[in-house]
Design a protein around this ligand. Structure first.
Ligand code: AMP
Ligand code: FE
Ligand code: FE
Ligand code: ZN
Length: 271
């Protein structure tokens, strides 16, 4: 039995609906899926129904962007209660800030002679958690960029003319919130940060796990994070970070986490 515990839908910046995502999950031979949209749990209800209908096990999740020592890190929350009001209140703040950020980024594009509107972007986003990929698609659709990748390189990446920082919780607050709503807090794709020194202090404040298996982790990186998980007594998770068709072929199932790790997560939640 295999799991993919890092997946996005069109409730944030993925292109698949929850139903389509589950269909793909079945096709690539998964038995467990988690939905980890950015700053929203609004896709979880439909994802749960779609999973139930085909006998797939579902773990509700969310991906939080946090700030730690001046860097952006991503923290995944698993087994969180998607109906908890403290969670929904916090996420609503981030969703509001995301919408303001779209307006600011579009203004920057406009003052650089690129004429797209927030309305164009929000029609593409059509969700509560709009982000840079939606602006990227608007830039491609309007002929200003040839690809999503070019839109990031030219305009949207940190340091490029349209970039605006995102509202972020501290890592400690995110871990606390995840625990308050019954979940496990996991550091996402640590191999992308080159900041392993953040792991021991986060483990001290309650981090529960490390995403060791990840699309862009090499075999040696995965082995390295498996060792760190062992050393700091942290759970091991894994997922593809599939965003649908945003970046060519869907990544779903490219990472297959053995079920034994899911069992360990469930035992940790039950404590
Ligand atoms: P945001 O949440 O608005 O800061 O946007 C971050 C999201 O943009 C990430 O979760 C990725 O899905 C996506 N992203 C980052 N870099 C690129 C890139 N070079 N090309 C396409 N998508 C990207
Ligand atoms: Fe994303
Ligand atoms: Fe991430
Ligand atoms: Zn992600």
């Amino acid at each position: 039995m295999y799991a993919d515990l890092h997946l996005h839908t069109n409730f944030s910046d993925g292109t698949f609906t929850p139903e389509e995502l589950v269909e793909h999950g079945e096709r690539v031979g998964l038995q467990v899926m988690s939905l980890t949209d950015h700053d929203t749990v609004n896709g979880c209800a439909r994802m749960a129904v779609a999973c139930e209908e085909c006998g797939m096990e579902f773990i509700p999740g969310c991906e939080f962007s946090v700030e730690h020592d001046g860097d952006e890190l991503h923290i995944l929350g698993y087994f969180i209660d998607p109906g908890a009001s403290i969670l929904l209140d916090e996420l609503a703040k981030h969703q509001g800030a995301r919408l303001n950020r779209i307006h600011e980024m579009v203004e920057r594009l406009n003052s650089n002679g690129v004429n797209i509107s927030s309305k164009d972007v929000m029609e593409i986003a059509n969700c509560d958690s709009p982000g840079r990929p939606h602006i990227g698609h608007a830039l491609v659709n309007s002929g200003h960029c040839r690809s999503l990748d070019e839109s990031f390189r030219k305009w949207l990446k940190k340091g490029r003319p349209a970039w605006v920082p995102k509202m972020k919780m501290t890592a400690v607050d995110a871990i606390e919130l995840i625990h308050e709503v019954g979940g496990l807090a996991v550091i996402a794709h640590p191999g992308l940060y080159h900041r392993d020194e953040v792991i021991p202090p986060l483990a001290k404040v309650g981090l529960d796990g490390i995403e060791c298996f990840y699309t862009r982790h090499s075999t040696s990186m995965t082995e390295h994070y498996l060792m760190l998980a062992e050393e700091y007594d942290l759970l091991v998770t894994g997922g593809s970070d599939c965003h649908g068709r945003n970046k060519g072929r869907p990544l779903i199932g490219g990472v297959k986490l053995p079920y034994e790790y899911v069992i360990k997560m469930k035992s940790a939640v039950a404590i």
